[in-house]
Every structure is written in C-alpha cells, then in structure tokens.
Design a protein. Structure first.
Length: 224
C-alpha cells in the first residue's frame, strides 16, 4: 500500500475547536496545521503559507471559515485552501494560483485523522476500526524514537498486533488497551492509547501510571 494513501491518527479531536485554535501536527515528516471551520469541519493543511512560507500555526482562524497568515494576513478558505483575500489590497481579486496545500481529514474514534495522498477515495480510516466502540482515549505518549523502534519494542511489552498495521492490543494497569502508532518524524512517534476504563476512575489512573512506564521502557529499549 502507498504510505501516503493511509490514514494517520494525528491529534485528539477535542484539541481542535471549531472556528478557534490552530494545532501543529506531523505525519511521516509532513508538518501540518490542523483547524476547524465554524461548522466543525476538520482541516489539515501543510503548515506553510504559499505566499512567504510562514507557518500557518502562527496565524489565526478568521471569519469562521478562513485561516489567516500571521505575516501579511492573506486569508485562505476552508476546504479548497484557495486564497480569498489580501488585506493590503482589499479591492484586488485574490490570485487564483495561490492555494494552501490541503489534505484529506476525518474524525473517528476521538481522533483527527489525516491522509497525505493527493487523490484517491475518501474511505474512512480503517485503523480506527481497531478501537472498540465505547472505549475512551486514555492518553498519547510522545516518543523520541523512530516508529520502527516503537514497533520492535511493543511485543516485549506484552502487546500483540490486531492484524491491522500499527494497531496493537495489550494490558496496562490491569485494563485492556488498544494502541495506535503515528509515525510523525524520523525520530518522533506518538502512541495513542484507548481503554475501557472510565475517565476519572481508579482504573484509568492505573492506566496512566502504566503508560508512563511503557514510554520509559520503549525509549530505554531504543537506546540500546
């Protein structure tokens, strides 16, 4: 399978608020700017304004459905990424050939997913099917190691493949856990953890403690 055609679990859905903030993310080395239009539709763009290459994450969501660059304020519309307004020249039509690079985006299993392929069917993220209905996103582990090293370290920690690439099942703090891996950058990975433990419960607290130990164990294994 073409790696760019796969869906990547980039960030928890709740962290990206409609018509409000812009969140930085990564998938396979691609730097992303994640945001939502006022209607809640998720957006994942290359984190670079096509005008002067300033990061979109330094800008702001404006007018409910536009992202404005922090440098010259050029505005780009949700969905197409097309430039629709240049504040310094409000009477001048926006150049049609200036467009932010956009990626397919989806909400599933409490995560915002991104597909880097430029074309192809917008099928839902298959990896999200590995998360049982009703389970809760427990936490995300930030790992300063390559995704390949995380994969190698999970089996010794008692995790087994679900049959879906980059999805594992295991136990943390006596609770069942599903782990989904994000290959973010060459030496940066994220491991998203779901469990059936209720938020705020003692069982969830045990999952959190065990997850911290899991992170230490994976990073220690990668350093040898």
């Amino acid at each position: 399978m073409n790696p760019s055609a796969t869906w990547h679990p980039v960030t928890p859905s709740a962290e990206v608020r409609a018509g409000a903030n812009i969140v930085a993310g990564f998938a396979q080395g691609q730097e992303l700017a994640l945001w939502r239009a006022a209607d809640g539709s998720p957006q994942a763009w290359e984190n670079r304004c096509p005008h002067r290459s300033v990061r979109f994450t330094l800008g702001q969501v404006t007018g409910g459905d536009r992202l404005a660059c922090a440098y010259h304020g050029w505005q780009y519309e949700a969905g197409s990424g097309a430039c629709v307004r240049i504040p310094a020249h409000p009477a001048m039509p926006a150049p049609r050939n200036v467009c932010a690079k956009t990626f397919a985006t989806a909400d599933a299993a409490g995560m915002l997913w991104v597909r880097l392929a430029a074309d192809g069917a917008d099928a839902p993220p298959e990896l999200a099917d590995a998360v049982p209905a009703g389970w809760h996103l427990a936490r995300t582990l930030t790992l300063r190691v390559a995704a390949s090293e995380v994969r190698a370290a999970l089996a010794p920690q008692g995790f087994a493949s679900t049959g879906t690439p980059d999805a594992w099942q295991g136990t943390l703090g006596e609770s069942p856990v599903v782990a989904l891996l994000l290959d973010a950058q060459p030496q940066l990975s994220f491991l998203h953890l779901w469990t059936d433990a209720a938020p705020g419960s003692d069982a969830m607290a045990r999952v959190h403690r065990a997850a911290r130990q899991l992170r230490s164990d994976i990073e220690a294994a990668a350093s040898h």
